[in-house]
Design a protein around this ligand. Structure first.
Ligand SMILES: Cc1ncc(COP(=O)(O)O)c(C=O)c1O
Length: 381
């Protein structure tokens, strides 16, 4: 525990709290509260006295609603016994890793990535091996052959987050089958973090290419998902894990030993989000696509900026020539330009030299942030 690094995004943001003059793009969340009908569902549940312990794996109505939702997204049948409801996406990831990792196990993680995906296996005593994405021709890319070599037969777990936080990289559809086959051949568990699967910028795609669409129920596949990003519910702490049906009982035991259950009135809100939230999901996705299309060309016009095109999630990940230390640069931008960005080093060594800018903000705030960066570059660039 003591060896775990503190979140560098949090460190910077905490230093900036209370300062009114900083445009904040540090965190991965939007500026709008949860849609009103979802809040109303929770209020109605509370008014009705929905304040008791729940089933460890989640209430049946929510598990059914998630299975129906997955079926629509991935054009494949899902039984509710494959779904365990939990208190957030990060709980889903923690449950999944607790379920399959022993101390000393090899866990290969595609990076750079949101640090919890490497922090949780480290906390469990696993040996974390990084499989880096690299920027080339204006996009972040995965070297598939290299990944398969890194995921040796001794590997217990392979972790892939697509669309990826922080780079916006999205796993190409054609890479899924060879990865799944490789994992099947060597008995490797595949944990996919799908929390940004609906936030994709290609208008022809409604959901990012997913392993859930390919895999059989009995495959060693674990799918973590969350209400946080898709339905603007970060503060509610509600998520789910898709797992083979034979893990259902054991996952219930793990939930019992951590949170015991997700709150009932929060689950009621989750059902409303799944059943009636599709227009809001589309609106968010279109807004993020528009923000990306506005911000990226403007960023690239600035001197010394390299900004690969994100294909999904909610971030621009870019770097400034001559500024290799991202923590130092992020500190200076906050102090000297009033611009709050996350340092790429927070997402691992592959992110060093890069900055993450959350796109989920009002257009005028993004323009104000761009103006601040442009003025700072004129004097300090
Ligand atoms: C890649 C990724 N996975 C999971 C999560 C967890 O989201 P939550 O715990 O709010 O559901 C986040 C949040 O930023 C994320 O970026």
């Amino acid at each position: 525990m003591s060896d775990l690094p503190a979140s560098q995004v949090r460190e910077l943001a905490n230093a900036g709290f209370g300062r009114g003059d900083v445009e904040r793009f540090w965190f991965g969340e939007g500026h709008l509260p949860t849609p009103a009908f979802i809040r109303a569902a929770a209020i109605a549940a509370l008014e009705a006295g929905d304040t008791f312990y729940e089933h460890n794996n989640g209430r049946a109505a929510l598990r059914r609603a998630i299975a129906t939702y997955l079926q629509a997204r991935h054009v494949r049948h899902f039984e509710p016994d494959r779904v365990t409801v939990c208190s957030s996406g990060v709980s889903a990831l923690a449950l999944a890793m607790q379920a399959v990792l022993d101390p000393g196990d090899r866990a290969v993680v595609v990076t750079p990535v949101w640090p919890n995906l490497t922090g949780i296996p480290a906390l469990l005593g696993a040996q974390v091996v990084r499989a880096p994405l690299t920027p080339a021709d204006g996009r972040w890319r995965l070297d598939l052959d290299r990944l398969l070599e890194t995921a040796t037969p001794e590997t217990r777990l392979l972790v892939i987050n697509s669309p990826n936080n922080p780079t916006g990289w999205m796993l190409p559809e054609e890479d899924r089958a060879p990865i799944l086959e490789h994992c099947r051949r060597h008995g490797i568990w595949l944990l996919v973090d799908d929390v940004y699967e609906r936030l994709v910028f290609d208008p022809a795609l409604d959901t990012a290419p997913s392993f859930l669409a390919l895999a059989e129920p009995e495959d060693r596949l674990l799918g973590a998902n969350s209400f946080s990003k898709t339905w603007s519910m970060t503060g509610w702490r509600l998520g789910w894990l898709v797992a083979p049906p034979q893990l259902e009982v054991d996952l219930g035991k793990l939930v019992e030993l951590s949170t015991s259950c997700a709150p009932g009135f929060v689950q009621a809100a989750g059902i409303a989000a799944l059943e009636r939230g599709e227009p809001d999901v589309q609106e968010l996705r279109h807004a993020l696509t528009a923000r990306r299309n506005e911000l990226l060309p403007e960023l690239r016009r600035l001197p010394g900026v390299e900004a690969p095109t994100p294909q999904g999630a909610m971030y621009a990940f870019f770097r400034l020539a001559g500024h290799p230390d991202s923590v130092e640069l992020a500190r200076r931008l906050a102090a000297e330009a009033g611009l709050g960005l996350a340092p790429g080093a927070a997402f691992g060594p592959e992110g060093e030299g890069w900055l993450r800018w959350c796109l989920a903000a009002a257009p005028e705030r993004l323009s104000s942030g761009l103006g601040r960066l442009a003025r700072w570059l004129e004097t300090h660039g």
